[in-house]
Design a protein around this ligand. Structure first.
Ligand code: AHR
Length: 310
């Protein structure tokens, strides 16, 4: 991949700042809103012009945004790819135009690895492993096997693929006796998470279901509503893991409605600006920089809630 120009002044940028195009996924979750705000604030603080496009979770909209950024000859393109596949052509077009592409948050398939400079974001597989480690420990003595429902994120997205893979990798490694009763996508939204959970309840009832693994807060919170409406007690009748760690997620934890939170950190705007500047300057950068993240069980929810920023 190209490393960008040598003076940081490639396309309409002034000496003071860069022109950066950012093709964001959408506004599907509190995490996403916080991430957009973090990147926008950081660009402004660094004196860069950010051309921001909300692609409403549609790959086609992201592809046209990237093409527009190429036409506008921005200094760098930041892309948070909604799904992992289907990027080869447009990434090649950016490379041909000499505009470096930096992935923020989500990744693309390995075959396209040479077509972007670097990715800054979460290690989604590690998030899945953290969830899996907690589940393996919590259900280690479950004699009749652990029955699991899974609410996956957007089909084909890096966090959905990797959170799933990391989770079941650990369950298998730990030798947990489990069954995936059902696993469907709730597209990372509360509405769809709730609707899928309603279908799960109709199809399987909740009797004998031990665990719901929701790939993000919104889907978990939507599912909690569906469970309550079915007359069951979330967090007790069925244990629940969520990923992100928003205020609303932690509040549900404090209220006893869920049992484990894996953190996904959206506040990497400043770090992203540093990466973009390095890339445009032609400096060597790591291919992947993970952001720092923790995980929290019920004993930690109350103390952690005031620290949550989104
Ligand atoms: O890519 C990060 C994921 O996207 C977050 O977990 C989710 O909330 C968002 O929609």
């Amino acid at each position: 991949a190209c490393g960008g120009g040598d003076d940081g002044d490639g396309g309409g940028g002034s000496d003071e700042g860069l022109v950066i195009g950012f093709a964001q996924v959408g506004a599907e979750s509190a995490w996403r809103t916080a991430n957009s705000a973090s990147v926008q604030a950081a660009a402004e603080a660094a004196g860069h012009e950010l051309k921001f496009v909300d692609a409403q979770q549609e790959q086609e909209k992201q592809i046209s945004a990237v093409r527009d950024f190429i036409t506008q000859q921005v200094d760098a393109i930041v892309l948070a790819p909604v799904v992992e596949t289907g990027w080869t052509d447009v990434l090649q077009e950016a490379e041909d135009a000499g505009i470096p592409v930096i992935l923020a948050d989500r990744g693309v398939e390995a075959a396209d690895e040479d077509l972007y400079v670097t990715r800054l974001g979460s290690d989604f597989a590690e998030e899945g492993r953290k969830a899996g480690a907690w589940a393996a420990e919590t259900f280690a003595d479950d004699a009749d096997g652990t029955r699991i429902l899974e609410l996956q994120g957007t089909t084909g997205s890096a966090p959905a693929n990797d959170r799933k893979a990391g989770f079941f990798e650990v369950l298998d490694a730990e030798g947990l006796d489990y069954e995936i009763v059902d696993s469907q996508s709730g597209n990372f939204t509360a509405e769809e998470g709730k609707a899928v959970m309603e279908t799960f309840i109709t199809t399987h009832t909740l009797d004998g279901i031990d665990l719901l693994y929701a790939h993000n807060d919104e889907m978990g919170l939507g599912a909690i509503q569906a469970i309550e409406e079915a007359g069951k007690v979330p967090g007790v009748d069925i244990q629940i893991i969520i990923v992100d760690g928003s205020k609303a997620g932690f509040q549900a934890g404090v209220d006893g409605k869920l049992n484990y939170i894996v953190e996904c950190n959206p506040a990497f705007g400043d770090q992203l600006m540093d990466v973009v500047e390095s890339v445009v300057n032609g400096d060597e950068v790591e291919k992947f920089t993970p952001v720092e993240e923790g995980a929290f069980d019920a004993s930690q929810f109350e103390a952690e809630l005031p620290n949550r920023e989104f």
